[in-house]
Design a protein around this ligand. Structure first.
Ligand SMILES: [Zn+2]
Length: 383
């Protein structure tokens, strides 16, 4: 009998909040299933991915409607948004979330609001670039801004955050280096000018981004706080070449950051084997599987095979990286369990694992590893 992992609870170790305004038209629906921000990709091509085609079939099954976009969109609209989220997360058996609220903060529910409506325990992580952007707008000098940044990041754990997160891969790349003396302060001047002109800021200055991340890593090392870093694919505007996790080796291996658990996100896709290698060699590297699940859809089992090629199972942590609509969390949980079960079954057939062993490993990857890493309970249900 194939492994059934539906009763194994998920600790979603990296995800985002839900949209407040859940009204979505059939024409608009495919955009939630692509990372591309190009209007023509969203309008003409996003509906043609296997991800979207399979998702519509699965959601038709879930809602008991025809496997067609219009029918699924009508079925979701017939349920109150909060009830839909509660129902889908319960069905997905996601019992805890480590949540990054620094993305689309204005359009989505706050952590407190989510806690009131979702059936799982929600613990936040602190998104560094969002903090920094805000502080650059609010402070006049580089020293004032850095002092405020260090206070906020240094106080992250006391404020209830169980980790830090950086999206530096998508802004200035993962080849992070200590900038020359004065370089970050000079870059602050330029960023400040931009913030003054536009009233807001998109932080994309290499010396400044690098300096901020390195100071945050110093603070994380002091607290032993896990740091999530995006690697591989993700936002539509990234330079994939600068996002290979191999660029992080100097940080990972430096004496200074030896106590920092580096949680490298998105399975590093397409650099899955590279990330599996890093997790197999370095004690302080953990491999997240989010975004790859569910975006790779029919190819999710291949991702699991590559992830498990070298990395010990104690180093793999599951997530959905879902955002905006509850369907994505549900699909990621479903396809994640299915892909993992399929690959573990192959290993049982090969004689590499016993059935009980495989089930334990699934429990570790889907929740227990992350619960240990962040020090958050897994199964306790606050609802
Ligand atoms: Zn994310």
């Amino acid at each position: 009998m194939p492994l059934d992992l539906s009763s194994v609870p998920i600790l979603d170790q990296h995800c985002h909040s839900l949209l407040r305004d859940a009204r979505i038209t059939a024409a608009d629906y495919p955009r939630f299933f692509t990372e591309s921000t190009e209007p023509e990709m969203r309008a003409a091509h996003a509906a043609h991915s296997i991800f979207f085609r399979w998702a519509i079939k699965e959601l038709g099954g879930y809602f008991g409607c025809a496997p067609a976009v219009e029918a699924v969109v009508a079925a979701r609209a017939a349920v109150a948004p909060e009830a839909l989220a509660r129902r889908m997360l319960t069905d997905a058996n996601i019992t805890a979330q480590v949540l990054d609220h620094g993305y689309q903060s204005a359009e989505t529910y706050t952590v407190a609001e989510l806690r009131a409506q979702e059936p799982c325990r929600i613990t936040p992580i602190l998104r560094l670039e969002t903090v920094a952007q805000d502080l650059i707008v609010r402070h006049e000098t580089f020293d004032q801004m850095m002092k405020a940044f260090e206070t906020e990041v240094g106080g992250a754990r006391a404020a209830g955050h169980v980790g830090l997160k950086s999206i530096i891969a998508y802004r200035t790349g993962l080849a992070v280096r200590e900038p020359a003396r004065g370089e970050a302060a000079a870059a602050f001047g330029v960023a400040k000018e931009q913030a003054r002109r536009d009233g807001r800021l998109r932080l994309a200055s290499k010396p400044l981004n690098d300096h901020l991340l390195l100071r945050a890593l110093d603070l994380a090392a002091h607290d032993g706080l896990p740091v999530q870093i995006h690697t591989g694919f993700g936002d539509g505007d990234l330079d994939l070449l600068a996002a290979t996790p191999l660029h992080l080796r100097p940080l990972i291996t430096s004496e200074r950051y030896a106590r920092v658990p580096f949680v490298l996100l998105h399975a590093g896709y397409p650099y899955v084997r590279e990330l599996s290698y890093l997790a197999a060699i370095h004690t302080n590297v953990y491999m997240d599987l989010g975004l790859a699940v569910p975006y790779l859809a029919a190819d999710v089992p291949a991702m699991f095979r590559a992830a498990l090629s070298l990395a010990p199972t104690s180093k793999l942590v599951f997530s959905t990286d879902a955002y905006s609509i509850p369907e994505i969390y549900w699909l990621a949980a479903r396809w994640g369990r299915r892909g993992l079960a399929l690959v573990l079954d192959e290993m049982i057939a090969m004689g590499a694992l016993g059935a009980d062993e495989a089930r334990d490993i699934a429990g570790d990857i889907l929740g227990t590893n992350a619960a240990r890493l962040y020090g958050v309970p897994l199964e306790e249900n606050p609802a």
